[in-house]
Write a protein that binds this ligand. Structure first.
Ligand SMILES: Cc1cc2nc3c(=O)[nH]c(=O)nc-3n(C[C@H](O)[C@H](O)[C@H](O)COP(=O)(O)OP(=O)(O)OC[C@H]3O[C@@H](n4cnc5c(N)ncnc54)[C@H](O)[C@@H]3O)c2cc1C
Length: 509
């Protein structure tokens, strides 16, 4: 057993992954989190006695977790029950139009042909082919790379990759490229929405973000027990490998000795000495001085804050509309949602509404009260008193009137709904204003602006949705993997480190 001590600040998915992989390699790992349980944004709220997934609900890129669990000496399907969903998402428009996208590409083609005509379905096929190409081109040189720079990536892409990006027009926005592919504004809207998966506006996000559409078309899974079961499972595996978890333990300072991270100080004064520290909060908290003066130079957030959200976790009966598990309700006009949020800094007057009906899936509707998460995008202005109770009430009213207009009858009693606002998210994730995805991916260089796992402070590593490769559960998990690999690399370069034998080994993604 090594005496190398690592403190991981934060038990979000990235912190859990780092902790698990480092403990698997024999390091002494302690995780401290201000919250009472693992998961961070993978939140579960109890509403009217029912557990509701109130953070991420769309589980994609399962292969990343397959790799992590293999490196931890086990298998995902041994530890967690997941089920591929035949319907990726059901989309409704306020004029009564509806379109399902399916895991089966041929079924999606037929659905788009019925919805918008054969010529548009052919264009949809062309869009899918380009999304696939962009994804395949960027997965290795960008997503899996420990710290991609434009120069390095250009070298790694090769002639074929460069020609894929040149054809796409790397400096174009996602919206520009969608306008090139589709004639039907509803399809532009539908695929533009993927920019919001990393907290960005389709008008500002680079065209390369069309790869998110590919990620979803590669499969969406339901997790038995909800997304929270994923976080619980990772924490359990960590504990089994010797990780110590400290809940309700807020870190108020990352300490350094001779310029190198040497431990953390918790609220209340307790000190935990460490040889290395992994920080899983948002880097805005580091830069803003919330973790003490020594850590401010660790990383600098570049660009505007990403989207926040207003969410309603609901346990109530629904009637009138056949929901699938993932449902999106669009209005005719799309752009004002993003000008309201990113330019005016106010709640959108015409929000798109996402509804996750957590009891639905391939087994069809369940009788009785349903577990729902409703979400609309919001500006990350939490903590400034900028969102008034009146503005929130108005947002709630427009949100639920759109659902009603589309035919969904839903009237929860007060005790059947818990609302979370940007102010609440700011309290949960300090220094973010409630931004849920780090910095927005706006502009074609923004993807290269995210910090790598090795920070500017020796011995301090970064993991989570605010650093490379970006937000979303699988990407943040990958950042946890990259941070663990960076810790192991730094240990390998010191003579006192002698690895213990492990069954899984550490794979750098
Ligand atoms: C409403 C919502 C919907 C989403 N939908 C999806 C989706 O459908 N699919 C998807 O893939 N992603 C989605 N996301 C994004 C996804 O949840 C996140 O990108 C991902 O979970 C972030 O993980 P993380 O590792 O960055 O850690 P976080 O989840 O940000 O957790 C960080 C942890 O660090 C702790 N912490 C921070 N500072 C300190 C400190 N000083 N001391 C102690 N503890 C500290 C916090 O308490 C927290 O537990 C959604 C997020 C939200 C909120």
């Amino acid at each position: 057993m090594t005496t190398e001590r690592v403190v991981v600040v934060g038990a979000g998915i990235a912190g859990l992954v780092s902790a698990l992989l480092l403990a698997q390699r024999g390091l002494q790992v302690t995780v401290v989190d201000a919250a009472a349980e693992p998961g961070g944004k993978i939140r579960r709220l109890m509403v009217d006695g029912a557990p509701i997934d109130s953070g991420p609900t769309v589980f994609t890129m399962k292969w990343i977790f397959d790799g992590i669990l293999e490196a931890a000496g086990t298998r995902l399907d041994r530890e967690l029950v997941t089920r591929p969903l035949p319907v990726l998402a059901r989309h409704f428009w306020e004029n009564g139009d509806a379109l399902d996208l399916f895991a089966d590409p041929a079924a999606s083609f037929d659905a788009v042909a019925r919805f918008a005509g054969l010529a548009e379905a052919e264009r949809f096929r062309g869009f899918c082919a380009q999304a696939r190409e962009v994804y395949d081109t960027l997965e290795g040189p960008f997503i899996r790379s420990a710290s991609p720079t434009l120069m390095r990536m250009t070298g790694d892409l090769g002639l074929r990759g460069l020609s894929v990006l040149t054809r796409l027009g790397p400096m174009k926005s996602l919206w520009d490229v969608l306008a090139r592919h589709f004639r039907d504004p509803r399809l532009q809207q539908l695929f533009g929405r993927y920019a919001t998966y990393c907290g960005s506006s389709p008008w500002e996000a680079p065209a390369t973000l069309m790869l998110i559409a590919q990620v979803e078309m590669d499969g969406v899974w339901a997790v038995e027990g909800g997304m929270h079961a994923l976080a619980q499972m990772m924490a359990r595996l960590g504990r089994e490998r010797g990780v110590t978890f400290r809940w309700g333990a807020r870190c108020e300072r990352i300490e350094t000795t001779g310029g190198r991270a040497s431990g953390v100080r918790l609220e209340g004064g307790e000190r935990l000495a460490a040889d290395r520290v992994v920080f899983n909060g948002d880097i805005a908290a580091l830069a803003g001085g919330l973790l003490g003066p020594e850590a401010t130079r660790a990383a600098t957030p570049v660009g505007p804050r990403s989207l926040s959200a207003v969410t309603w976790s609901i346990h109530a009966p629904t009637e009138g509309l056949a929901l699938d598990r993932h449902n999106v309700f669009f209005r005719g006009e799309y752009r004002s949602e993003f000008t309201d949020i990113f330019e005016a800094g106010r709640l959108p007057r015409q929000p798109t509404v996402y509804v996750c009906a957590q009891d639905r899936g391939e087994d069809g509707p369940q009788p009785g009260a349903q577990r729902l998460l409703c979400l609309v995008n919001a500006p990350a202005v939490g903590g400034r008193g900028q969102i008034t109770p009146e503005a929130l009430a108005e947002c709630e009213s427009t949100t639920f009137s759109l659902l009603r207009h589309c035919g969904l009858s839903l009237s929860p009693q007060a005790h059947q709904v818990v609302r979370t606002s940007p102010d609440d998210f700011d309290r949960l994730f300090p220094a973010t204003g409630g931004a849920l995805y780090g910095q927005a991916t706006h502009g074609w260089m923004s993807a290269f602006a995210r910090s790598p796992s090795a920070s500017a402070v020796p011995g301090l590593y970064l993991a989570g949705g605010s650093v490379h490769p970006g937000p979303g559960v699988p990407m943040a998990a990958m950042s946890g993997q990259l941070a663990a690999a960076a810790v192991m690399d730094s240990l390998a370069s010191t003579s006192r480190w002698h690895p213990v034998a492990t069954s899984g080994g550490m794979s750098t993604p």
